[in-house]
Design a protein around this ligand. Structure first.
Ligand code: BG6
Length: 467
């Protein structure tokens, strides 16, 4: 038994949400539609008009977060609340809402951690090609400037793009990928969009440092290590390929301003390398994140590719893989959630160690959590021991990673409050706070404290000593 190091005194205990999943009021007070508001709603799931109605109930919600003892609240700013068309006129009501939200956090000494872009491209910009259009770099930088100007006096922690790697690898599932008509090389197109995001976030980071010297800014990709199926050397090579494609491509670019060589070589072979505009190389090199924010849900496994084309690069599960690079395999050692997501707390420590040894930057966990069909009992309780167990095991691994001398800034699991999942509706709940509504029946919308609420309160009060 080793002696564990304690969590740092200023550790940012909190939780996360995103605007389009939690706010509702999707077209209220001048907000323009985002790609999420105009996309086809997945069958059997709610639309995004009301969500958790956080837009109207944020005061009550933040009071509950304060009751849990939150040190931080990570939320995203809806681009189309600030700029209904994505560019052009600023909507004063949008600025007002986020001013109020931020001030409400500060009232309780809750540090606002702002994600600038969480899957919600303005529909008007989607019409103009979204990330496919080189102008997207300017659109995003213009938006970020408005955020820094308006909120930079109070917001000290910024995150650029949520899960850029998932947008690139599984954009259509999230409802955000636009492939222009007549495109003949889809892979090149996707990595060109990814390149625009890289340049956009690099410029936003540089601008943040220039405008707000005391603020800290970082990315928020979804990072988790991929294991080789066996100690066959070929499986290790396959795992390196998969890790490069899923994880390191993004972090290498954010931190070192360089493309990962394994991914670049693969793109070259596919005639799919992104085009650099003049100056892009410098822009990427000059951006230096202050920390690495990352979301962690589940690891995956792969083995040597059998050479055939399979369904894609992200989920290294059975029947997935990238011809010549790796094939996905199921992990026989892990249990899954009700929604089939593997649970791997030890892999969390492994991921933290790996990130730290590659980049040596402090890390902020921006998401982690368990989606489940929670039930509200007649006496207004939600018994969610499965969530407590999940979070406890993951927090234990953070402490082990801290004991390994990895620098950890905070833990903001998904999600502070129940909200709408990316494609599995309202009934896939993640929150500490239960929202009384169903998929289609809005019921009372009242808030209830789950068992995990009281547990997390104790964890925070003891700075992680009592799990
Ligand atoms: C992350 C996203 O991928 O995972 C969140 O940043 C998302 O937006 C969360 O909600 C959980 O995924 P899902 O599909 O269960 O909602």
């Amino acid at each position: 038994h080793k002696t564990l190091k304690s969590f740092p005194d200023n550790f940012l205990w909190g939780a996360s949400t995103s605007a389009y999943q939690v706010e509702g009021a999707s077209l209220e007070d001048g907000k323009g539609p985002s790609c999420q508001d105009v996309k086809e709603v997945p069958e059997g799931t709610s639309d995004l008009k009301v969500c958790a109605d956080h837009y109207h109930r944020y005061k009550e919600d933040i009071a509950l977060m304060a009751e849990m003892g939150f040190k931080a609240y990570r939320f995203s700013i809806a681009w189309t609340r600030i700029l209904p068309e994505g560019t052009g006129e600023v909507n004063p009501k949008g600025i007002e809402f986020y001013n109020n939200l931020i001030d409400e956090c500060l009232k309780y000494n809750i540090e606002p951690i702002v994600t600038m872009f969480h899957f919600d491209m303005p529909a008007a910009l989607d019409q103009r090609g979204s990330w496919s259009n080189r102008d997207s770099v300017d659109w995003f930088v213009n938006f970020s400037k408005i955020l820094f100007e308006n909120f930079g006096d109070r917001v000290k922690y910024w995150l650029t793009i949520n899960e850029q790697n998932m947008l690139t690898l599984v954009g259509p599932v999230i409802g955000t990928m636009t492939i222009p008509e007549g495109c003949t090389n889809e892979l090149k197109e996707i990595y060109q969009q990814n390149h625009h995001m890289l340049v956009a976030q690099a410029k936003a980071m540089a601008l943040c440092h220039e405008m707000l010297p005391d603020a800290k800014i970082g990315p928020a990709p979804n990072i988790s290590i991929i294991y080789p199926e066996s100690c066959r050397p070929e499986d290790t090579i396959a795992a390196q390929n998969a890790n490069a494609m899923r994880n390191w491509l993004y972090l290498d670019a954010y931190v070192y301003g360089k493309y990962n060589n394994l991914v670049w070589a693969w793109l070259e072979e596919k005639d799919a390398c992104p085009e650099f505009a003049p100056g892009d190389e410098e822009i990427l090199k000059n951006a230096h994140p202050d920390f690495i924010g990352f979301n962690y849900y589940n690891t995956s496994v792969c083995k040597e590719s059998d050479g055939t084309e399979k369904g894609g690069a992200v989920s290294q599960q059975e029947n997935s893989g990238e011809a010549g690079l790796f094939d996905g395999v199921k992990n026989p050692y892990l249990k899954t959630t009700e929604f089939g997501w593997e649970i791997d707390p030890v892999g969390f420590r492994g991921t933290i160690r790996e990130i730290y040894s590659r980049y040596h930057l402090p890390m902020l966990v921006t998401e982690n959590g368990l989606g489940a069909y929670d039930k509200l009992t007649e006496d207004g309780k939600v018994h969610d021991p499965y969530r407590i167990e999940y979070l406890r095991k993951h927090i234990e691994q953070i402490q082990l990673a801290i004991t390994d001398d990895c620098e950890m800034m905070g833990y903001c699991p998904w999600s502070a409050i129940d909200l709408i999942s990316t494609h599995e509706g309202m009934v896939k709940r993640y929150g500490f706070i239960y929202v009384d509504r169903d998929e289609f029946d809005l019921k009372t919308m009242d808030r209830y404290r789950k068992d995990s609420f009281y547990w997390y309160k104790k964890v925070i009060a003891t700075n992680g000593a009592d799990l």
